[in-house]
Write a protein that binds this ligand. Structure first.
Ligand code: ADP
Ligand code: MG
Length: 357
């Protein structure tokens, strides 16, 4: 595609294509946190550490209690991305040590079991101008961490626990490694942006999240690999963590793709590293190599019951859902004869499509 040829212009001998996988975190709207009664209205104007309770700061003996509304939000989003809703799933502890994580583990859902939201898809405008399905592997519920503040004192870091325990939904795109002919994944920086905008649009239309990158209520980890055009296997990918701007995400993908092509064309191999993005010059650099990969020692959280969802609950939630951007777009095209482009622009935000209606 056009986008690709531009990226991979470094190549003289071989045509390359880029393969992109996104792990998108959205902060879910709810009155209280996913496992505690503290206010989940995390915003920078609230005084630090005024919305964190004993459960959030992990005082001994505190017990988490699952917030039903949070589960409903996950189901609603799952239906919005055409996904299977698991009738049965569990919560797990993902162990690591960091000052923004007072428990010493994050309550998430097991990486190797179906979470509450299973396989789904969204449709975006592909680089070739045709609608393209992007497959989603899963979306799971988890707790957000606290916020470390490094810029308040020359030698100290401050921690604000207000954000601790606000619910996140992590949405992971699917790569069909067993069937590489299946091209329902993101293959350019522009498609990555259109995918993220689509996720944002759906989350907002459903009232599931503000999904605002500037405010940090939407963040993405960006997995990038390259492979020779026509290759039947995928290349080794790198992962650039915690990206909070469409522009930087596109820059990071372009930079990573070029860097990997250069390595491969010089006879080297790409190493499966975790990268950091440097905003100043638009480059990436290694943050953690594969050898240092963390072992999270997931195990089912013994403080929480397993999550059972009935068909009736799913149907009840389905009935409350508004028309989603994909359907609105189709209505504008079919009923008003708008172009695909105009219809896409008018459904980019809920406010605009309401105004247009
Ligand atoms: P992890 O949990 O280690 O981050 P996953 O296997 O869950 O890894 O993958 C995370 C994301 O990376 C998914 O969106 C997946 O599609 C994507 N991904 C996996 N392999 C590749 C690859 N070779 N190139 C690009 N993206 C990839
Ligand atoms: Mg990851």
């Amino acid at each position: 595609t056009m986008g690709l040829n531009k990226i991979l212009a470094v190549s003289k001998t071989q045509d390359w294509e880029v393969v992109i996988g996104l792990e998108t975190h959205i902060e879910v709207l709810s009155n209280s946190k996913i496992f505690s009664g503290a206010s989940a209205d995390y915003n920078p104007t609230v005084a630090p550490n005024t919305q964190a309770c004993m459960v959030d700061v992990a005082m001994p003996g505190m017990l988490p209690v699952l917030n039903k509304h949070c589960v409903e939000q996950a189901i609603k989003f799952g239906l919005g991305i055409n996904a299977e809703i698991s009738r049965h799933s569990r919560f797990a502890r993902k162990q690591y040590f960091y000052p923004d994580l007072p428990q010493g583990y994050q309550i998430s859902q097991p990486a190797n079991e179906p979470p509450v939201v299973g396989r789904g898809w969204v449709e975006i405008l592909g680089d070739d101008g045709n609608p393209k399905k992007i497959f989603i592997e899963r979306a799971h519920m988890e707790q957000d961490a606290a916020k470390n503040k490094h810029d308040m004192h020359p030698t100290k870091t401050f921690v604000d626990y207000n954000r601790t325990g606000v619910m996140l939904l992590e949405i992971v795109t699917f790569l069909d490694t067993k069937n590489p002919e299946n091209n329902s994944y993101i293959t350019s920086p522009d498609e990555a942006e259109r995918y993220l905008r689509q996720i944002r649009e759906i989350a907002r239309a459903l009232g599931v999240s503000k999904a605002n990158m500037e405010e940090g209520s939407m963040r993405a980890d960006v997995n990038v690999s390259v492979r020779p055009v026509g290759s039947k296997t995928f290349g080794t990918r790198t992962e650039t963590k915690n990206m909070v701007s469409f522009k930087f995400i596109k820059t990071a993908i372009e930079y990573e793709a070029r860097r990997q092509v250069e390595i491969l064309e010089n006879g080297g191999t790409v190493s499966q590293d975790t990268m950091r993005f440097n905003q100043g010059d638009g480059t990436t650099s290694v943050q953690r190599s594969k050898e240092d990969a963390l072992d999270y020692r997931y195990f089912p959280d013994p403080d929480l019951l397993e999550l059972e969802i009935t068909d009736e609950e799913i149907e009840r939630i389905r009935k409350t859902m508004p028309e989603l951007p994909t359907a609105t777009r189709a209505r504008y095209i079919n009923e008003y004869g708008l172009s695909e482009y105009d219809a896409t622009r008018l459904t980019e935000t809920v406010d605009i499509s309401h105004w247009f209606d």
